[in-house]
Design a binder for this molecule. Structure first.
Ligand code: ZN
Length: 156
């Protein structure tokens, strides 16, 4: 089964990358360490943090925890790819805002919800049933795919 993650407050942008890469990733801001460790244990999530003390405390309680070495998201993704053998599949992307799985929706369903120029040129849309966000593969998409596929090949 694919690993699921819990990220602490310092890793907001990494949480969005992991979601776009297809991984079930929860992100908690301003949450005490004990509550983070508890949630990771209860939901069998791997705790990711840049706090070495938190990593030690989590491991003591039997929770799998990984210290993220680099601040750069691409390097962090590479580190996870190396340690856990992760591959990132943006075709399986989850909602980067709330982590819910997104659904492909008909173009007619997003009428008025996306910029006019986008609507004219893009035919494929996805929507998040939880937060209502609508997504499409815009001009930024190739860069996202490149970053995710490149992350697996990076060596420190
Ligand atoms: Zn959402």
């Amino acid at each position: 089964m694919a690993p699921r993650f819990l990220l602490d407050g310092m890793l907001g942008s990494l949480s969005r990358w992991l979601r776009i890469g297809g991984y079930d990733t929860e992100y908690r801001k301003d949450t005490p360490d004990d509550a983070l460790i508890e949630e990771a244990a209860r939901e069998k999530r791997i705790l990711l943090t840049r706090d070495e003390v938190l990593v030690k405390r989590a491991r003591k309680r039997g929770v799998e925890a990984i210290y993220i070495e680099k601040e750069c998201d691409e390097k962090a993704l590479s580190q996870l790819s190396t340690i856990l053998g992760l591959t990132f599949d943006p075709a399986q992307a989850r909602c980067p805002k709330c982590n819910h799985a997104v659904n492909k929706v008909a173009k007619t369903a997003v009428t008025g919800k996306v910029p006019e120029g986008t609507f004219k040129t893009v035919d494929d849309y996805w929507a998040c049933p939880s937060c209502g966000s609508v997504y499409w593969r815009g001009s930024h998409w190739p860069r996202i795919v490149e970053t995710l596929s490149g992350a697996g090949k990076y060596t420190a």
